[in-house]
Design a protein around this ligand. Sequence first.
Ligand code: VGL
Ligand code: ZN
Length: 208
Amino acid sequence: MQIAAQDVLIVIDVQNDFCSGGALAVPDGDAVIDVIHRIAPSFAHIVLTQDWHTPTHSSFAAVHPGKQPFEQIESSYGTQTLWPAHCVQGSKGAEFHPSLHLPQAELILRKGFRPHIDSYSAFFENDRVTPTGLAGYLAERNLTRVFLAGLAYDFCVGYSALDARCLGLPAVVLRDACRAIDLDGSVARIEAEFAKTGVTVIESAALR
Ligand code: VGL
Ligand code: ZN
C-alpha cells in the first residue's frame, strides 16, 4: 500500500503503563516500538496520543467499592470495563515509553481526562459523541487517511479506527505495529467491527 502526502500515522498510547512493568501492561507491548520506528520515516505526518486520566478516574476499579479490575459496570453512557489505575496525569506511567523516539510528531493528543467518562478512541470519548478535537485538527490540516499503530489493538487502536470510519476517513490498522489486551474475546469483537465498517488491517511490510 502506497503512503500519500495526506496520510497521517497515529501512534496510540505507547506509554509506560501499557508496556512491560506497567500498571496495565499489554502482553509484548514494548514490541510495537521497533516496528513503529521502522515505518515512521515513511510518513510525512505523525500524531501521538496519550491516555491521560485523573487520579480517581471513573474507569479505575479502585474507585468503585467491591469492584475488581477487568469487571464491567453500567455507566450513563453504556457498559464500561474497569481497569487498574493507569496513565494518571503527570505520573511516570503516563509518560511515553523512554525508547519511543518520534521528535517529528506534530501533535500530542491527550484523552481520558474527564473524570466521569473514559476515552478509548482518539476521536470520541466512550459516549461516542464527545469529541477530542482530533477530527477538526485533521480536517483543518487536510489529513484525510489515517494509519494506526500502538496499544492496545482491541481497545484504543481499535476504537480509533472505528471512529475514523464513522467520520468518513479511510482507516488502516498496522497489525504488527500493535499488541492486544485480548480480554474476553475483545480481539474477535473488534475485528468483526473492522470488517463491518471497512477498517483495513495490513502488516507493516505491505507499506511502500
Ligand atoms: C487503553 C484500556 C484503558 C488503551 C486505555 O490504550 O487501549 N485500554 N485505557
Ligand atoms: Zn485508560
